[in-house]
Write a protein that binds this ligand. Structure first.
Ligand code: PLP
Length: 406
């Protein structure tokens, strides 16, 4: 495979760092990804050469940055294959996008005794906004269970869909187990009963091809920082027919057409959903990140990561006393595990002493931990700049943890 990982690593300045006198091994990519120099340079360039508020001025700087911002929207549209750029709304992140729909869709379409469905493997960001909405409206939240492998129990979904189901909100990839869900199948099932589906793409967007048209989801959300872009920027995709119908979720500048004390009329899409001064530098730098990913090759990235994942799983399985949580047939490069008899925090701290960054804890997915009756896991999540020798270093680190605590 034509994939030069050394060259790619050279694009990410932070990967040259040492931590505790060891070369950094960064395996916490599901939490956030590192930024290539081209994205860092873009942010510096925007603030030093182009900064001005968008959509407001007639002066040169304002026009330049507005054009770049709208260009970024077109880049996102291409990347996720939306029909139109006004189906792309910039938000603060996946959490911001889910809350926007929970509020806007919920206000309009949810009534007393209605139902929203999520799964047992959701990140808190795709649970709590729906819980809050259901509480406000006197509706109920139903949960698609997961099996011991960490896969959705599909048979139970069919029974769950009723005439009171208003929306399904589902993650495409589990951040704690790495499971890839059969979202197309679920969307088809839901659409058969006119139920819209929101897909949480926070963990899928960076690992392969996301095509919202092929998936046919009604809403799709993701965060910039998980796809090598900046923090504080995210995307809410919605089918035009929904976005036209939904009310704005925030009021303020830019989202209005006319304002009087008697009545306000709202701007057209996508601006209706972008109140206030948006994170325009973040949006533009996100487009730079997407362009970088496109140039590297999304299929190549997915292939490389899949090989790395297989290697990591087999190396971990060679060590005695390791239990992997999340053994679904269809997985991406996230591995949650426990070392027998050793608390994940202790393991995480020792690995850190060796310059190895893994995540320990519940990964904002406490119901998953409850399902498996554990307090938390160690999670190694790999990106396309990680290498097999880094996996070997993690394995050596785990052996050392075992010796220390054994
Ligand atoms: N959904 C999933 C599956 C996630 O993994 C995360 C973050 O880890 C989120 C939502 C929330 O993303 P953010 O904190 O960037 O809004």
């Amino acid at each position: 495979m034509n994939f030069d990982v050394d060259k790619i690593r050279g694009d990410f300045p932070i990967l040259k760092k040492t931590v505790n006198n060891y070369p950094l091994v960064y395996l916490d990519n599901a939490a956030t990804t590192q930024k290539p120099k081209i994205v860092i340079d873009k942010i510096r360039h925007l603030y030093s050469q182009q900064n001005s508020s968008i959509h407001r001025g007639v002066h040169w700087l304002s026009e330049q940055i507005t054009e770049n911002y709208e260009e970024a929207r077109r880049a996102v549209k291409e990347f996720i294959n939306a029909r139109s750029d006004h189906e792309v709304i910039f938000t603060s992140g996946a959490t911001g996008s889910i809350n926007a729909i929970a509020f806007s869709f919920g206000e309009k379409f949810l009534n007393h005794n209605d139902e929203v469905i999520v799964s047992a493997m959701e990140h808190h960001a795709n649970i709590v906004p729906w819980q809050m909405l259901c509480e406000r409206k006197g509706a109920s939240l139903k949960i698609i269970p997961i099996n011991d492998k960490g896969e959705l129990v599909m048979e139970s979904l069919d029974d769950m869909l009723t005439s009171r189901t208003r929306l399904i909100a589902l993650t495409q990839v589990s951040n704690s187990l790495g499971t890839v869900n059969p979202v197309e199948e679920i969307i088809e099932m839901a659409h058969g009963r006119d139920i819209p589906v929101l897909i949480d793409g926070a963990q899928s967007i960076q690992h392969g091809i996301v095509d919202v048209r092929m998936m046919d989801c009604d809403f799709f959300v993701f965060s910039g920082h998980k796809i090598y872009g900046p923090n504080g920027i995210g995307v809410l995709y919605g089918k035009e027919k929904w976005l036209e119908e939904l009310p704005p979720y925030q009021g303020g500048g830019d989202m209005v057409d006319t304002v009087t004390f008697e009545k306000t009329t709202f701007n057209r899409l996508p601006f209706k959903f972008e109140a206030g001064t948006t994170n325009y530098t973040g949006a533009i730098a996100l487009a730079t990140a997407l362009n970088y990913i496109e140039k590297t090759g999304r299929e190549k990235i997915a292939d490389y990561e899949s090989g790395l994942h297989e290697y990591a799983a087999s190396r971990l399985n060679e060590i005695g006393g390791i239990k992997i949580y999340g053994t679904a047939k269809n997985k991406i490069s996230i591995i949650s595990f426990l070392i027998e008899g050793i608390h994940p925090y202790d393991a995480g701290m020792i690995l850190d002493k060796m310059g190895i960054a893994v995540r320990t804890g519940t990964h904002c997915a406490q119901p998953v931990m409850d399902r498996f009756e554990i307090d938390g896991t160690i999670r190694a999540s790999m990106a396309f700049y990680n290498t097999r020798s880094e996996i070997d270093r993690m394995v050596e680190g785990i052996e050392k943890v075992k010796q220390m605590f054994g």
